[in-house]
Ligand binder design. Structure first.
Ligand code: NAD
Length: 250
């Protein structure tokens, strides 16, 4: 069957869990050949092809991206999704924590994009989608480091879109709210009262529920697909209305 992405090749970082896994699965359903680049491939189902790499290791990223391009004959779509969390105010996180988190969440995007660009330039349907966050713009409490990193990813998205538009490479990002993934599961497990914490997270979103990984994946796949051929330099919110709506108490 020919679907929207038949004949295209995608690389998804952090594609072995959560949003990345849902995105890799949906890209494959739409007909793309999908390579998952992750530091831990233990959860990866067939038919997704895995390449082990930590996005903080430039040499490993280059080798994985080249391996994916060789295996599939090029790269058309790059999804920069690998990321880690960080809680705290500016007084809470050490310099070491700042370096470690920004190394993954910001420089990880830079390294993978740098490695993929030579292949993307040769594609007639080239697209980069960065998985950013509502934290880039929302002013969330106790998320100083995480928010700064995602703010950088948002700015990078715009800058890269400008730099590469004339080369035929589109660059966009999605800004999810709180998404029901293993990451959020770990946060809830660590809470004093996981049920109350989950209710608080759900209540923060105007829709009254968490976003599903599949909903974020659908937005990523749209931006990555030729159907979004005139869309570049944008951020698409998938956040249950968190960024845009100001609900009054009923
Ligand atoms: P997750 O923990 O379920 O999955 C993250 C994946 O990234 C894992 O497979 C992990 O092995 C991989 N990874 C982490 N660090 C890596 C590294 N250094 N090198 C290679 N792979 C690495 O998380 P998730 O909830 O699916 O989050 C994915 C992305 O979505 C992150 O960038 C996160 O900031 C963003 N995001 C998540 C939420 C949410 O509520 N879950 C909200 C907004 C944005």
């Amino acid at each position: 069957m020919t679907t929207a992405l038949t004949g295209l090749t995608a690389v998804v970082t952090g594609g072995a869990s959560g949003i990345g896994l849902a995105t890799a699965g949906l890209l494959a359903e739409q007909g793309a050949d999908v390579a998952v680049l992750d530091r831990d491939l233990s959860g990866l189902p067939a038919p997704l092809r895995g390449f082990t790499a930590d996005v903080t290791d430039d040499r490993a990223v280059r080798a994985a991206v080249e391996g994916a391009a060789e295996a599939f004959g090029g790269i058309d779509i790059l999804v920069n999704n690998a990321g880690i969390g960080a809680a705290g105010t500016v007084e809470d996180n050490t310099d070491e924590e700042w370096h470690r988190v920004l190394d993954v969440n910001v420089l990880g995007v830079v390294r993978t994009t740098r490695a993929a660009l030579p292949y993307l330039r040769r594609s007639s349907a080239a697209s980069v989608v960065n998985v950013c966050s509502i934290a880039a713009t929302a002013g969330l409490p106790r998320r100083a480091l995480y928010s700064a990193g995602k703010g950088a990813v948002l700015s990078l998205t715009l800058a890269m879109a400008a730099d590469h538009v004339r080369e035929g490479v589109r660059v966009n990002c999605v800004n999810p709210g709180t998404v029901d993934t293993p990451w959020v599961g770990r946060l809830l497990d660590a809470a004093d009262d996981p049920v109350a914490e989950r209710a608080a997270l759900e209540g923060r979103q105007p829709t009254g529920r968490l976003v599903s990984a599949r909903e974020v994946a659908a937005a990523v796949v749209y931006l990555a697909s030729p159907a979004a051929g005139s869309t570049t330099g944008t951020a698409l919110a998938v956040d249950g209305g968190m960024a845009g709506l100001r609900l009054r108490p009923e």
